[in-house]
Design a protein around this ligand. Structure first.
Ligand code: NAD
Ligand code: UDP
Ligand code: UDP
Length: 323
């Protein structure tokens, strides 16, 4: 275990993508831990609503900025989270998605190089593509289609990892790469298109839950509070620990099971309907978290039914407020 870094010393932290789902929870935690936060976000998929509760906090500042352009600021650490994460959003403008991952990484790494500060990259389980190894360990190189509809995201994130490790090897930059697996919780966008938010919103509206394919494909769902704890622990490791490290919940569910769980927890009369499986949709996904356990002393604590209950409550009040 390499904990014992300097995360808990008061810092000015830049969070790119901080107005998004994971970013806004990361900011809640950073501010609660006493840091100053500069949130840089172009509001493509994020919203000011997610950070509205911090706008009066003198330790918080919001900057509307696109990471594909250079950014000259003075900070002590960078969390690079900017990138649309839902397939619906990242396929909306795939060229911009690749630019966000690649140009965004170059700019944030250039910034980190000038400041000689630690930089975290929100990478993804998608670097494993449609994996042929189960569970996925960090030494697996992946099975990614370079020219398909998901490639802008998968290959963009893979290229960003390459850049992070080249800046590390070439300039000695302290980098931290987290491979994040499917994460869910409050503040997912209701039209985000990802499976947990889709199922909950449809269940609460009494609409049919659309299961793509026969629902036997699997994912492993991690609650955002567990994920943020993992990111904090990663940033608190010494400079010798770079990752990549998987952060996700190792409990694997089929999409059919998830649909049934959401129906049971919401008490909805919604039915399940089946639609076509999108191209290149991974068949199985489950992280090995042995490395995170060993190096970060981290594992998820929130069971899916508890996390879903909390998320359902949040969506319920969101939908009621919108009435
Ligand atoms: P999100 O879409 O809610 O948040 C992404 C944020 O980045 C949004 O606020 C968006 O406006 C901002 N953004 C997008 N392009 C930008 C640009 N060019 N310049 C500045 N800001 C930009 O997604 P999320 O789920 O919070 O994901 C956050 C990060 O975590 C992403 O990098 C994503 O790839 C990664 N990740 C998420 C998951 C997951 O399950 N949620 C899984 C793996 C990796
Ligand atoms: N950059 C930035 N902020 C900084 C320093 C650099 O946005 O404080 C950007 C800059 O635009 C450059 C990129 O980061 O294109 C990479 O910087 P680096 O120093 O690695 O490369 P170079 O400037 O030599 O191309
Ligand atoms: N999915 C589904 N119905 C939906 C949304 C997604 O059956 O309304 C499926 C999707 O095809 C995939 C899984 O759920 O097999 C997870 O999809 P998501 O977009 O949440 O994340 P990713 O595919 O990036 O893991």
């Amino acid at each position: 275990m390499t904990r014992g870094g300097t995360y808990f010393d008061r810092k000015r932290v830049l969070v790119t993508g901080g107005a998004g789902f994971i970013g806004s929870h990361a900011i809640d935690r950073l501010l609660a831990d006493g840091h100053e936060v500069l949130c840089a976000d172009n509001l493509f998929t994020g919203s000011k609503q997610n950070i509205a509760h911090h706008l009066d906090n003198p330790r918080f500042e919001f900057l509307r900025h696109d990471v594909t352009f250079p950014l000259y600021v003075e900070v002590d650490a960078i969390w690079n989270l900017a990138c649309p994460a839902s397939p619906v959003h990242y396929q909306h403008d795939p060229v911009q998605t690749t630019k966000t991952s690649v140009h965004g990484a170059i700019n944030m790494l250039g910034l980190a190089k000038r400041l000689d500060c630690p930089i975290l990259q929100a990478s993804t389980s998608e670097v494993y593509g449609d994996p042929t190894v189960h569970p996925q360990t960090e030494d697996y190189w992946g099975n990614v289609n370079p020219i398909g509809p998901r490639s802008c995201y998968d290959e963009g994130k893979r290229c960003a990892e390459t850049l992070f490790f080249d800046y590390h090897r070439q300039m000695g930059l302290p980098v931290k790469v987290a491979r994040i697996f499917n994460t869910y919780g409050a503040r997912m966008h209701p039209n985000d298109g990802r499976v947990v938010s889709n199922f909950i919103v449809r269940a609460l509206r009494g609409e049919p839950l659309e299961v793509n394919g026969d629902g036997s494909q699997t994912r492993s769902f991690c609650h955002v509070d567990d994920l943020v704890e993992g990111l904090v622990r990663l940033m608190d490791t010494g400079p010798e620990f770079t990752g990549p490290v998987n952060l996700g919940n190792p409990r694997e569910f089929t999409i059919g099971e998830l649909a049934r769980e959401v129906i049971a927890l919401t008490g909805t009369k919604s039915e399940i309907v089946h639609t076509d499986l999108p191209q290149d949709d991974p068949v199985r996904r489950r992280p090995s978290i042995d490395l995170a356990k060993r190096e970060l002393d981290w594992e998820p604590k929130i069971a899916l039914h508890d996390g879903l209950r909390r998320t359902i409550d949040w969506f319920r009040s969101l939908l009621e407020d919108a009435k």
